[in-house]
Design a protein around this ligand. Structure first.
Ligand code: GRF
Length: 188
């Protein structure tokens, strides 16, 4: 990245928000190419507390009607000149139309080594299939679930006696390193 202007970023969440918290902390470092300007959630998510804590603008938008929700999102994204959207545990699939209309970049983090285990319950499914490893992936968002071009991925070894909880814990730790690294990779 040239110059000092940081990329205005919105983070979309639905839940716990540990990636949001991690990205906010990253954004405050000198080496970060982004500034987090907006948090959007489709419900009263636990993670919204990080927006409050860091005094970042937050918006809860109901996705009962996807069409209306996406319209509202696009208006606020445009108003605030958002250039990058980071999905972080956002449990909605954005439409082709939204992806086309938003003129910036949209990326997502997923708790598996894609293309394996798209969708939900990734660790449980990997364990049930006796996989030797799982992992996490940051990828561009396309209109097909968890299928856009991969930016960065990290493998996590599945050890003997691994449980869903222990595996999830190992993966989320790697996610917190991977997401900032992927953002730096595409913006610098
Ligand atoms: C993460 O595992 C992420 O990969 C997936 O949803 C989870 C969100 O966790 N998309 P958190 O809300 O960031 O703690």
């Amino acid at each position: 990245m040239t110059g000092l202007k940081k990329v205005k970023t919105a983070v979309f969440i639905s839940g716990r928000g540990s990636n949001l918290n991690n990205l906010i902390k990253f954004s405050k470092t000198k080496k970060s190419p982004i500034i987090i300007d907006l948090v959007i959630s489709d419900k009263k998510a636990f993670g919204l507390k990080y927006a409050d804590q860091y005094k970042i603008k937050k918006k809860i938008i109901s996705f009962k009607s996807i069409k209306i929700a996406e319209k509202k999102c696009l208006i606020i994204l445009k108003k605030r000149n958002i250039e990058l959207i980071c999905l972080a545990g956002f449990m909605r699939i954005l439409s082709k139309n939204f992806i086309k209309k938003f003129k910036g970049i949209i990326i997502n983090i997923h708790p598996s080594y894609l293309p394996k285990y798209k969708g939900l319950n990734t660790s449980l499914r990997a364990l049930k299939n006796n996989e030797k490893f799982s992992g996490c992936t940051v990828h561009y968002v396309s209109s097909k679930l968890d299928s856009g071009k991969v930016i960065l991925q990290k493998k996590v070894r599945i050890t003997k006696n691994e449980t869903e909880i222990s595996l999830d814990r190992k993966i989320i730790k790697e996610e917190h390193k991977l997401y900032p690294a992927a953002i730096s990779k595409i913006l610098y």
